[in-house]
Design a protein around this ligand. Structure first.
Ligand code: GLC
Length: 733
């Protein structure tokens, strides 16, 4: 339990969100009144709370998780209200997640987490550049203030109090292929075959809404997917796992068991009159399960069993903001409006009115005010707890999966989220576009989302909406290869986006990129698990690590774990870019996973040439990464042999984490660590590898560069775990 550096404030009677679960009772039991919160001027009003403070010149505001904004949110307006927002434009104020954790970084460093499940508006120096205004649309709120010396320490304390992040099965780090939709089993068989024929590693293929019988959750369309169990088994024989989508809305249809049971047992959200609330999503008219009720979570969560009994091991939960295409009520208003306007001329005003009626049919704020949940027996209007809906759907699934098989790790991620959901699953970044700006956006999202505890995340690689070009897909993949979730997904009606669907030269490059991903999995997985266990972030902006004024504005270079910096290309036709190194580093330009093209670079600015087939990676001094042997799937990566690529300045002490990858034994610290030490002795290097008795590694091939750019190599085995590394060459490049 944690109690350091935290002040805890409460106003009213906040709804329990279970976002913060590891805070000492000596703090939780004695909250201070919010009116005594001194950092902001707090105005308690009848139905809302306004908090205001003035920025100092140099204050930066970092955090807020999933937003379209960059590293420093100062100058932005944001609204924390989970939104089904397919247009990730720079002026958008909400996306799918509500992540109310931010850090003000200036003379002092302070983190704040506003634990409130309704809407919060943030004007972060937008209207007035030095004024930070927060409007909380309610009066029952918890606020945590976290003090620390650095952004890193404040973030760590926050990650400590919100509890351990979700851990996917290791195969969730493989390359994943999605599409809206592979409509039939044969379509999927074809994709699987093409992947294998083109020798592209791949672990999973996704089932989007068309696998269901008319979009009904927990059904399978027999016509398109006959004998589903055999199909899943066949795909497993081909070494593919299938990941079906589950949507929040349950189709209203007589005889459909989920609908019948949900109605009989009272699991659906109610409208004002106490009848099940009706909205329309993919299946047509639906009811929404009231995931706020424990019994409903159990009921819905246990339904995943049907798919699991067919051999399914992972799910993505969608449309759980919840997205509403329209409600019958709003549709009727619209039709009435059209009817009454028919006879009148459509002038400019009535035209705009008509258009706005259409636009406001979906996700209408009034609709969110017209249904109710039961929270511990109390009826609460949806908009007041809106931001928890997706979180509780993910929780329902995770609790169900735990109940079905408590030892197994399932793949699980969601579209909507709130802090707390990070313990149950990951998120994907939603419906982006095939455009260059969305590589850049994904680079902004990854560290910000990680700061809020959600480690398992990634973008629809290649872009969801619109057609992708081959160059864009290559560059997108070259970034996504570093994200925990590496999934290519594209929308209905867009061109084929699978890596094999391109010209031969592109396919060759994409294969190399995906193979590089598989080679890096030992390092990426170790980094992921360390972030979970040590309560650090998986990916971070440089500002998290370096006390260097230059890095404050750098958001297109990221640190992946402790050892690696990346600087992905995110502009069309760019074949090189200026990269700032806050310290000297070893550059590895990987055309594939063979360590050939390396170069030692000093601290400072460098123009790094970067051809289309190259991925630039930078290894920090006295750090290294481990690489595995490439295989068709994660399961097939040979665990007995790894390479260690490092850059020695003074000495190296690295520990890499591994585990069985499937069970929850990691929770009992059952790991298989590998410790690698390298020392300098006059003109040579010695290395010692400590193989944990559980580690499956038998051989470590070492490649180390020293400060003079000299390459040393050696092969360490269990039998010979201390060796002198041989000087191989001076790298002339
Ligand atoms: C939503 C999801 C998208 C999915 C589509 C159809 O737009 O965000 O990923 O493909 O629905 O299910």
């Amino acid at each position: 339990m944690i109690n350091k550096n935290i002040n805890y404030y409460v106003n009213g009677e906040p709804i329990e969100t279970d976002a913060v679960i590891e805070l000492d009772n000596s703090i939780l039991d004695y909250p201070q009144p919010l009116s005594e919160f001194e950092d902001f001027n707090v105005m308690l009003m009848e139905n809302s709370i306004k908090m205001t403070c003035e920025f100092s010149d140099d204050d930066m505001v970092i955090g807020f998780g999933q937003t379209v904004k960059g590293l420093n949110k100062r100058g932005s307006e944001l609204i924390s209200f989970c939104a089904d927002e397919p247009e990730h434009l720079p002026n958008k104020r909400s996306l799918y997640g509500a992540h109310n954790f931010f850090v003000i970084l200036g003379e002092t460093v302070t983190g704040y987490f506003i634990d409130f499940p309704g809407e919060i508006k943030y004007d972060i120096g937008f209207i007035h550049k030095d004024i930070f205004n927060i409007i909380i649309e309610g009066v029952d709120v918890k606020l945590y203030k976290i003090k620390g010396d650095t952004l890193k320490s404040v973030t760590k304390t926050f990650l400590e109090i919100i509890g351990e992040s979700y851990v996917p099965p290791k195969w969730g780090f493989g390359y994943q292929q999605c599409r809206w939709s592979y409509e039939t089993a044969d379509d999927i068989r074809k994709v699987a075959k093409e992947m294998r024929d083109s020798k592209i590693p791949c672990d999973t293929i996704y089932l989007d809404i068309d696998y269901m019988e008319r979009f009904k959750d927990f059904t399978i369309c027999d016509e398109k997917f006959p004998d589903f169990k055999t199909f899943v088994d066949d795909m497993k024989k081909e070494k593919f796992r299938l990941i079906p989508i589950i949507d929040a809305g349950v189709k209203i249809e007589k005889g459909y068991s989920l609908y019948e049971e949900g109605t009989d047992e009272g699991h659906f959200c109610e409208n004002e009159e106490g009848k099940p609330f009706v909205a329309a999503v993919w299946p047509g008219l639906v009811h929404f399960p009231d995931f706020f009720r424990k019994e409903t979570r159990q009921w819905f969560g246990n339904k995943y069993e049907m798919l699991i009994s067919h051999g399914i091991e992972g799910f993505w939960n969608d449309m759980n903001e919840p997205a509403i295409f329209y409600t019958p009520k709003k549709l009727k208003d619209f039709y009435d409006h059209v009817e009454s306007s028919m006879e009148k001329p459509l002038d400019i005003y009535s035209y705009f009115e008509l258009m706005s009626k259409v636009e406001n049919l979906s996700n209408n704020p009034e609709d969110y005010k017209s249904f109710y949940h039961y929270i511990e027996g109390k009826r609460i209007r949806h908009d007041k707890v809106h931001n928890l809906y997706g979180y509780y759907m993910t929780r329902s699934a995770a609790e169900g999966l735990e109940n079905i098989d408590s030892e197994k790790r399932f793949l699980l991620f969601s579209r909507a989220s709130y802090i707390g959901a990070h313990r149950y699953g990951g998120i994907w970044m939603g419906d982006n576009e095939s455009c260059w700006e969305h590589i850049e956006l994904s680079m902004k999202l990854l560290p910000a989302i990680n700061m809020c505890g959600i480690m398992y995340t990634g973008a629809d690689t290649g872009g969801f909406q619109g057609d992708v070009s081959s160059e864009l897909l290559i560059r997108f993949m070259q970034f996504s290869l570093f994200t925990p979730l590496m999934r290519n997904h594209a929308a209905l009606g867009t061109r084929d986006q699978e890596p094999f669907a391109f010209d031969k030269a592109t396919v060759d490059i994409l294969r190399n990129v995906i193979e590089l991903r598989y080679a890096l999995i030992p390092y990426l997985y170790s980094t992921y698990m360390k972030s979970v266990k040590e309560r650090s972030v998986y990916a971070s902006n440089l500002i998290m690590e370096y006390d260097d004024p230059r890095v404050k504005e750098i958001e297109d270079q990221l640190l992946i774990g402790d050892s690696l910096m990346i600087a992905p290309i995110y502009k069309q036709n760019r074949r090189g870019q200026v990269v700032y190194l806050p310290e000297k580093m070893l550059l590895w330009k990987a055309k594939d996973y063979m360590v050939e093209d390396t170069l030692l670079l000093d601290k400072g600015d460098h123009f790094i040439e970067n051809s289309l087939e190259e991925v630039a990676m930078f290894i920090r001094p006295d750090k290294g990464i481990i690489l595995g042997r490439v295989a068709e799937t994660v399961e097939e990566i040979d665990p007995s042999i790894v390479s260690f690529l490092a850059f020695i300045d003074t000495e190296i002490n690295e520990t890499f984490y591994d585990d069985d990858g499937y069970t929850k034994a990691y929770k009992n610290d059952e790991n298989q660590s590998l410790k690698i030490e390298i020392r300098k002795e006059d003109s040579y290097l010695t290395t010692q590898v400590v193989f944990d008795h559980k580690s499956r590694v038998e051989v470590v091939n070492i490649i180390v560069f020293d400060n003079e750019n000299i390459r040393f190599e050696g092969r360490v085995t269990r039998e010979k775990s201390t060796i002198i590394l041989e000087k191989v060459s001076k790298n002339e490049k």
